[in-house]
Design a protein around this ligand. Structure first.
Ligand SMILES: [Zn+2]
Length: 295
């Protein structure tokens, strides 16, 4: 019986993912989510129903529009699969429970906001506000203290807002984090409470480094900034050496010195680059949340 429910949840996840793709694409352009019927963004040809089957259509069409052969964005199958995996994971983790329902709603909101943040660097804050309200209701239903949920909202929003404002010390003209990050962190606080949101934020910072550093370094490499790249490679190597072989003061100081040089180099570049340094943080918050929820 359990596996039937799991299969059902996977199918629902795939379909919802397909729907989220439309939301991500249309919500920011102000188009209606329900109408018009799906069409190819390139040639405008209306799609047949079997062009809309999550993941499978992408495979059958070999990632190209049936009519004009324009490439279909890889975003579609990725969002569909990701939604399916997360819905299934929520069910496997929490079973048939109120937790699963709220986890699925929270994850859905995060998927949409992550998508728009990556695509357009824009996030619909209303989604975050709605999630915050749901988070408080969730705490109430689980007979946990609403105060903790409200404190979580305050802590999440304040920590991000203060960080964003401290950033003006380095980049006076550019806000280092989007306004939406404040709302999203607040919403997460509503679900996880004061202690939970602090842990989620730590995970998110680690996630943002894992997600952002490769992009950042790729840009540096393209701009021929060899110093930062070499420092980074040295840093990774020395951390690995430190981890595996020599856990002594020489390697500790090597890791420390190279780490400080790398940080200075990164901060100097952020200062020089102006608005090009904006990195979407909602994906990191989503990653931090997923890690917190499932591990
Ligand atoms: Zn087309």
């Amino acid at each position: 019986m359990d596996s039937y429910i799991l299969i059902l949840i996977c199918i629902v996840g795939l379909c919802m993912g397909s729907f989220f793709n439309v939301v991500i694409l249309r919500s920011l352009s102000g188009e209606s989510i329900v109408f018009p019927a799906s069409k190819c963004p390139k040639c405008g040809h209306k799609l047949y129903p079997w062009h809309n089957i999550p993941v499978l259509s992408y495979i059958f069409l070999r990632g190209k529009c049936h009519f004009c052969k324009e490439k279909i964005s890889i975003q579609y199958p990725i969002v569909e699969l990701l939604t399916m995996i997360l819905f299934a994971a929520a069910y496997l983790k929490f079973g048939i429970s109120i937790e699963t329902i709220f986890a699925i709603i929270l994850l859905s909101g995060l998927i949409i906001m992550t998508g728009t943040d990556i695509k357009e660097k824009l996030v619909d804050c209303n989604i975050a506000i709605a999630l915050a309200v749901l988070g408080v209701i969730f705490s109430y239903l689980r007979v946990e203290s609403i105060t903790d949920s409200l404190l979580g909202i305050a802590a999440g929003a304040l920590i991000i807002e203060i960080t964003a404002r401290l950033g003006y010390l380095f980049t006076p003209k550019v806000r280092i984090m989007g306004e939406a990050d404040t709302y999203v962190a607040g919403a997460l606080g509503a679900f996880f409470g004061l202690k939970g949101i602090c842990i989620v934020l730590v995970y998110s910072v680690i996630a943002s480094m894992i997600l952002a550093l490769p992009i950042y370094l790729y840009n540096r490499f393209k701009n021929n900034d060899k110093v930062t790249c070499i420092l980074f490679i040295l840093f990774v190597l020395s951390v690995l050496v430190f981890k595996t072989a020599f856990q002594n003061w020489y390697t500790v100081s090597a890791v420390g010195i190279i780490g400080i040089l790398l940080s200075i180099s990164v901060l100097k570049n952020i200062k020089n680059e102006g608005d090009r340094t904006y990195l979407p943080f909602v994906p990191a918050l989503a990653a931090g949340t997923i890690y917190f929820m499932f591990f």
